[in-house]
Design a protein around this ligand. Structure first.
Ligand SMILES: Nc1ncnc2c1ncn2[C@@H]1O[C@H](COP(=O)(O)OP(=O)(O)OP(=O)(O)O)[C@@H](O)[C@H]1O
Ligand SMILES: [Mg+2]
Length: 230
């Protein structure tokens, strides 16, 4: 099984702050779906940002898609092949309308206008969001923004998805729709969620980040013991 990501001995601190992650190791293989859990502030989002080179570790090595990744040029390729859905949709969405936001990435990849418009419509249909196509992005509800964030990433057709609390703030029916969408995707993914039921529905195993370290991937605990919680 080939590894998509392999992080070894990663240490990271924000400037002037104590380390968030100390000697962290993490791997994601082709076909795997792993949930990340852990308390607020444990460093889950930080880990996803490190995987895409949005932050750089002070120590450790990161191999992605078979090559070591160190500088900005290395990470440009990583960001083309791995799509991050940010925890806060306002970090993701910056165009006036939903269609423009979804078109932005594929246009940047150099696709033709016709191909991009086709991808926008296909992605919206797949997520059943056609009705939001021409809406002003910043006037969407929180849940709508979250789904549009996912649409912007899926439209890039990445090899891997990094999903930071994608089910947050979704109503029950929409949350179930998200579960079906994720389960139908061909890609490997890492997903952060504080919702044990959601984690169990979309992944086979979970890793817990706490006190700067990450535990090994483990099967989900039985449903009864995981009612609410991280
Ligand atoms: N830009 C920043 N500058 C300084 N400290 C930061 C910055 N971003 C995050 N932190 C701190 O780093 C720690 C880890 O943050 P991170 O966002 O990775 O946590 P998280 O596990 O994703 O938490 P949550 O479950 O609340 O989303 C927190 O203590 C946070 O306050
Ligand atoms: Mg977070």
């Amino acid at each position: 099984m080939s590894l998509l990501f392999e992080l070894t001995g990663i240490r990271f601190a924000y400037p002037g702050r104590p380390p968030v992650l100390a000697d962290l190791g993490f791997a994601l293989a082709e076909g795997e779906r792993i949930a990340l859990t852990g308390p607020n502030g444990a460093g889950k989002s930080t880990l996803l940002h490190l995987m895409l080179g949005l932050l750089r570790p002070q120590a450790g090595t990161l191999v992605a898609f078979g090559a070591p990744r160190r500088n900005e040029r290395d990470f440009l390729e990583v960001r083309r092949r791995a799509g991050l859905v940010f925890q806060d949709p306002d970090d993701q969405l910056f165009c006036p309308t939903v269609a423009e936001d979804i078109a932005f990435g594929p246009l940047n990849l150099g696709k033709s206008k016709a191909e991009v418009m086709d991808r926008v419509d296909r992605t919206l249909d797949r997520l059943r969001l056609r009705h939001l196509r021409d809406r002003v992005t910043h006037k969407l509800s929180g849940g709508e923004k979250r789904l549009v964030s996912l649409a912007t990433v899926l439209a890039m057709e990445p090899n891997v998805l990094l999903l930071d609390e994608p089910s947050n703030g979704l109503d029950e029916a929409t949350g179930e729709r998200l579960v079906r969408i994720l389960n139908d995707l061909p890609q490997a993914f890492v997903v952060i969620s504080h919702d044990a039921r959601f984690r169990r529905a979309v992944t086979g195993q979970q890793c817990r980040i706490q006190d700067g370290r990450i535990g090994p991937p483990r099967p989900h605990p039985p449903a009864a013991s995981g009612a609410l919680g991280t």
